[in-house]
Design a protein around this ligand. Structure first.
Ligand code: FAD
Length: 558
């Protein structure tokens, strides 16, 4: 699939709205941004300007909807806010207090959350694979997990549209639904080369991509300069995130992006059961924004938390929670990471961390006792993350120093294992309060036996690849990556929180359009799927028409 830029610009001009004078931000666009008063009843309030919220805002603004998007974090300026430094990038993470529990607690922070306009994609790695068709039918075909209320074919046109808008670069893709990418694959570094060589020697297929980094200029966005700081916020605007791929076009079409605005409650009129707006805190003061509809896009922890925080007399257990589904089936991928030592210098920092991947082990292998599978990708930790890898293996003091001095000789791969959705893995409200006086989220997580078997098998496959490439020593650690679920999409209210159109069951003008709606997670990184879902949700809302809010929804969404 190669791109026609005229078609892309007809639906999203963002890459051409960025200045081409070496600066990274269209300050004029931000200064001219349309502003609504709190008591203006806008068509839609979007909570969160990340992967889901950014796309939804852009699509609806372009269709003429009056949209205000509130984000708890800042409106980033890559020129002044971001630094090419691992430690200096810590401001990008969501570090508000949260509690974790269960038998396998998931640390929350740098590796699975973001804040501010652009959301977590501001510091995501940049891999953008599609889910496989089997992901949408897992319960029927594999007997585990859940079936989605939509099929892969429903999402395919939106995958293609978003792949063009980011745009995605990669080799022709043989796995899942085989497809091509709009941009050719990037050249690879030492780490990518090790993966390709080792995989070939081990009889495993690996391919370059798919990454949301243009190969060449895209609009006024420059070619990647391969300096390796993708996870610190790409200062050159090469790596895609909603901040540059969708927000500029949203602003140009009249959306207001209100940053530093933490939504504390979705407000409901108990007489009608309808949402009337949101309460939010900006600069220490509480505000209320009126709206005809609200879409929550705060990601897998904050979205269920906000649904629970918005309980009323009519919805005493929280919005969408009549069947005790809010917060449940929250998933995280098992992400073991294996490093291999080579006599040659690899210098894995000298390229974007996302380069090469394999989905050979993605599907259930009937000869194995476990269901579903994993993918493998280059990860290329920078020095602080490399120190975390080494210390996680128990090395400290002199041995740690030796491994750090030896950094340039190591290559690193990561797996994404498809841990299964389980009802008990969930977000609830804790007794502890945050600085706004609101209960913080408690996230309980426990692995099942299938999860542990997958981690073991995935680790063995990475060690095989690195040894086949000539590694003289391998070092593996266990990690988690990505969060999805917690407000999942389902065919019936008894099984989930939103329907196939992302509308919250029982609350006709409330939507959830983010990663929390995913019923299963595959072994794919989730951002592309979240953006495609948001583009699809927007498409359905646009077809309803803003004048139809909210009366027409009941009929059209069923
Ligand atoms: C280090 C890292 C690497 C990653 N690498 C990849 C990768 O290579 N490929 C991939 O596909 N995915 C990757 N991801 C995951 C990906 O970024 C997320 O899955 C995706 O961004 C989630 O989209 P979302 O819309 O659900 O939430 P987000 O993009 O996180 O957006 C949520 C937004 O909501 C805001 N918000 C939350 N609560 C409130 C509130 N109450 N009021 C106002 N605003 C609120 C937040 O500030 C945030 O901006 C990575 C993530 C991290 C952290």
């Amino acid at each position: 699939m190669r791109s026609n830029y005229r078609d892309i610009r007809a639906r999203n001009d963002s890459a051409w709205l960025i200045p081409n004078d070496g600066t990274r931000t269209n300050h004029q666009l931000r200064a001219d941004m349309r502003r609504y008063a709190d008591d203006d009843e806008v068509d839609l309030v979007v909570v969160g300007a990340g992967a889901g919220g950014g796309v939804l805002t852009q699509r609806l603004a372009r269709a003429g909807w009056r949209v205000v998007c509130l984000d708890a974090g800042p409106f980033w300026n890559p020129d002044t806010d971001w630094v090419s430094d691992e430690r200096g990038a810590h401001t990008l993470y969501w570090t508000e207090p949260r509690q974790i529990g269960g038998t396998d607690p998931v640390p929350l922070g740098s590796n699975n959350s973001g804040r501010g306009v652009g959301g977590s994609m501001v510091h995501y790695a940049g891999y953008t694979p599609r889910f496989h068709p089997s992901d949408f039918r897992m319960l029927s075909t594999d007997g585990v997990g859940a079936d989605w209320p939509i099929h892969y074919a429903d999402l395919k046109p939106f995958y293609e549209a978003i792949e063009q808008e980011l745009p995605v670069a990669g080799q022709d893709w043989p796995w899942g639904d085989p497809h091509t990418y709009p941009h050719h694959a990037h050249p690879v570094s030492g780490n990518g080369d090790i993966f390709l060589r080792g995989a070939k020697a081990a009889g495993i297929e690996a391919r370059v991509g798919p990454v949301a980094i243009p190969n060449g200029r895209f609009g006024n966005r420059p070619h990647c300069i391969y300096r390796g700081f993708c996870l610190q916020g790409c200062k050159v605007n090469a790596k895609a995130s909603p901040l540059i791929t969708h927000i500029p076009d949203a602003l140009a079409h009249g959306a207001e992006i209100r940053a530093d605005s933490m939504v504390t409650r979705v407000v409901v009129d108990d007489r009608t059961g309808m949402v009337t707006g949101v309460n939010y805190v900006h600069a220490g003061r509480e505000h209320h924004q009126r709206a005809r509809a609200v879409a929550i896009c705060g990601y897998s922890i904050e979205t269920p938390r906000l649904l629970l925080l918005s309980a009323t007399d009519r919805y005493p257990h929280g919005l969408g929670n009549d069947h005790d589904q809010v917060g449940r089936y929250l998933m995280v991928q098992g992400a073991p990471q294996t490093a291999g030592r080579f006599d040659d210098e690899i210098r894995m920092y000298k390229a974007p961390p996302p380069e090469v991947s394999s989905e050979q082990f993605y599907e259930t292998d009937p000869s194995q006792p476990y269901k579903r599978g994993w993918s493998i990708q280059t990860v290329s930790p920078l020095p602080i993350t490399w120190a975390e890898h080494v210390t996680a293996q128990g090395h400290w003091g002199a041995p740690l120093r030796e491994y750090m001095r030896d950094y340039v000789h190591w290559a690193t791969l990561g797996a994404l294992c498809e841990y299964l959705p389980q009802a008990a893995n969930r977000v609830t409200l804790a007794d502890e309060k945050d600085r706004h006086g609101l209960p913080v989220a408690h996230f309980s997580y426990s692995q099942c036996d299938n999860d542990r078997q997958l981690t073991k098998a995935a680790t063995a496959s990475m060690e095989t690849i690195l040894k086949a490439a000539g590694a003289t020593e391998v070092m593996t650690i266990d990690r988690y990556a990505h969060l999805v679920g917690g407000a999942r999409m389902a065919g019936r209210a008894q099984d989930g929180v939103v329907d196939a159109a992302h509308r919250v069951f029982d609350v006709p003008n409330l939507y959830v359009v983010d990663g929390s709606t995913l019923p299963t997670q595959g072994s794919a990184n989730p951002a592309l799927t979240i953006m495609a879902l948001a583009a699809r949700a927007a498409d359905r809302l646009i077809r309803l028409g803003r004048r139809g809010l909210p009366e027409q929804q009941t009929a059209a969404m069923s």
